[in-house]
Design a protein around this ligand. Structure first.
Ligand SMILES: C[S@@+](CC[C@H](N)C(=O)[O-])C[C@H]1O[C@@H](n2cnc3c(N)ncnc32)[C@H](O)[C@@H]1O
Length: 270
C-alpha cells in the first residue's frame, strides 16, 4: 500500500482521490473499449453482474444496455468516483469497495472490469479472487491498457527521469502494473474452461496535443502529479510533459493529432 509523506512535517498524507470531471472529459474514448468488450461476451442471459473498478459508472451503464433486466452492482474504492456514479445513475447499485478485499457471498454471471485491474500490483491473486466470484458458466471479461507498448510510456518516463523530477516525483514507483497477454493466459488457464484474448489500437483523433495531455492527466499522469507536492512544480512538470507530447505526436496537415492507444482484452469462461 502506498503511503505518501508530507515532506515538511514527515506525516502521512492522504493520496489524492480520482477526479471524475477530468476523467469524463474523454468519456467516449474511455467507454468505447467497454462497448467492444461487452459485445463479445457470449452469455445471452445474465441475471447478476458486477463491474469491478466501475469509476463514474460509464462502463456499468454499457452493461445495463446489454442486459437491462439484470441486477448490476458497480464497485470502486474511490469515494469521488462512486459519488459521481450515484449522481449520474441514481437507480443503480454502487458500493465503495476495494477489489483486493472482495469478501462477498454473491456469485455473478458476468464479472466485468474496464481499465481498472492495472491499478492492483498483484493481479495473479486478484484474478483468483475475480474467478472465485463467478457463478457456474459465468465469465470474467477484462480490458486493460497495453501502456507498456505505447509511445506515451517513453514520453512520460523520459520527463520523470530528468532532473529535478527524478527526486521531486516518485511517480515511477507508483505506476499501475502492466502485463503481456501470456501472463494473464498462464494465470487463468487452470481456473477456467476457455479464454479469448485480443489487442486493439484505438486511434483517437484529437483536436490538439493538449487533448492528449488532458486525457492522460487523470490516469497515466496521476501517480506523478500525486507525488509532486508544490503547485508550481506540478505546473512545470505538466508543461514539460506537454512539450514532449508535442514532439512525439506531431499534428496532421489539417491540425488534428492522432493518438494511438493500445488495449488488451480477455474473456475467460468458467
Ligand atoms: C480508469 S478508471 C476506470 C473506470 C471505468 N471502469 C471505465 O470504464 O472508464 C479506474 C478505476 O479503478 C478504480 N480502482 C483502482 N484501484 C482499485 C481498487 N483496488 N479497488 C476498486 N477500485 C479501484 C479507480 O478508483 C478508478 O475509478
Amino acid at each position: 500500500m502506498c503511503v505518501l509523506f508530507d515532506y515538511l512535517y514527515n506525516v502521512p498524507m492522504a493520496k489524492p482521490d480520482w477526479n471524475p470531471h477530468q476523467y469524463l472529459k474523454f468519456e467516449q474514448e474511455r467507454t468505447q473499449p467497454a462497448i467492444d468488450l461487452v459485445a463479445r461476451i457470449e452469455v445471452e442471459t445474465s441475471s447478476k453482474i458486477i463491474d469491478i473498478g466501475c469509476g463514474p459508472g460509464n462502463s456499468t451503464n454499457v452493461l445495463l444496455g446489454r442486459w437491462p433486466g439484470a441486477s448490476i452492482v458497480g464497485i470502486d474504492k474511490s469515494q469521488t468516483m462512486i459519488e459521481r456514479a450515484k449522481q449520474d445513475y441514481p437507480k443503480q447499485d454502487w458500493r465503495l469497495l476495494d477489489m483486493r478485499e472482495l469478501d462477498i457471498p454473491e456469485r455473478y454471471d458476468v464479472v466485468f472490469s474496464n481499465a481498472a485491474i492495472q491499478w492492483v500490483p498483484d493481479q495473479s491473486q486478484l484474478l483468483g479472487t475475480l474467478v472465485g466470484l463467478l457463478a457456474d458458466n459465468g465469465c470474467l471479461a477484462v480490458q486493460i491498457p497495453s501502456y507498456q507498448k505505447m509511445l506515451l510510456a517513453n514520453v512520460i518516463e523520459r520527463v520523470a527521469l530528468r532532473k529535478p523530477w527524478d527526486t521531486l516525483t516518485d511517480g515511477l514507483n507508483h505506476m499501475p502494473t502492466f502485463h503481456d497477454p501470456g501472463f494473464f493466459y498462464d494465470v487463468l488457464t487452470s481456473q477456467v474452461q476457455e479464454i479469448t484474448m485480443w489487442e486493439t489500437d484505438y486511434i483517437h483523433i484529437m483536436d490538439s496535443q493538449i487533448d492528449i495531455f488532458e486525457m492522460i492527466k487523470s490516469t497515466g499522469l496521476k501517480p506523478f502529479l500525486d507525488t509532486i507536492h508544490d503547485e508550481t512544480d506540478k505546473k512545470r512538470f505538466e508543461a514539460e510533459v506537454l512539450t514532449e507530447i508535442k514532439i512525439a505526436y506531431p499534428a496532421q496537415p489539417n491540425g488534428k493529432v492522432l493518438f494511438p492507444f493500445k488495449r488488451l482484452f480477455f474473456i475467460a469462461y468458467k
